[in-house]
Design a binder for this molecule. Sequence first.
Ligand code: OFO
Length: 174
Amino acid sequence: MKLSTRMEAALNEQIALEGNASSIYLAMAAWCETQALAGCAAFFYAQSDEERGHMLKILHYIVEVDGVVKVPALKEPKASYDSIQHVFEQVYEEEKKVTAAIYNLLSISEAENDHATALFLQWYVAEQREEEAQIRTILDKVKLIGTGGQSLFFIDQELDKINATKAATATTAE
Ligand code: OFO
């Protein structure tokens, strides 16, 4: 099979979105580290790697179906944030944007009768559902705990617990 021009362009745009998310999370990780929020920083370093993985998955798919990959230039993300709540609010917005883009890709694949790409995209539909749910849960907790000095300590501990669960799940899946 060969990708249609429209599908190829749309998948390349998704490469840019995933790469952009990876850069944003990297900048957030660095900011969290400067705020002594080690648990949050570890969470975002891992998220950044995950998003890069999502970008690479699309890149390899385009190559596999005989398309042309366009690696985008990096956009510079914000370097600082008002609060950890602000960080997670932005992440939630970013993830909703990515979900909408995946749905759009799926609509294009259906319109183009491209069953292989539609099947490939299913993984992203599930991944976005999980990511949105996870970020919404964290955001709810951050709102509940508040962002004063002591609260930040507890938020960071919560993130550490999430990191440990994710690491354990990843090890079991290997
Ligand atoms: Fe790529 O998973 Fe979120 O954005």
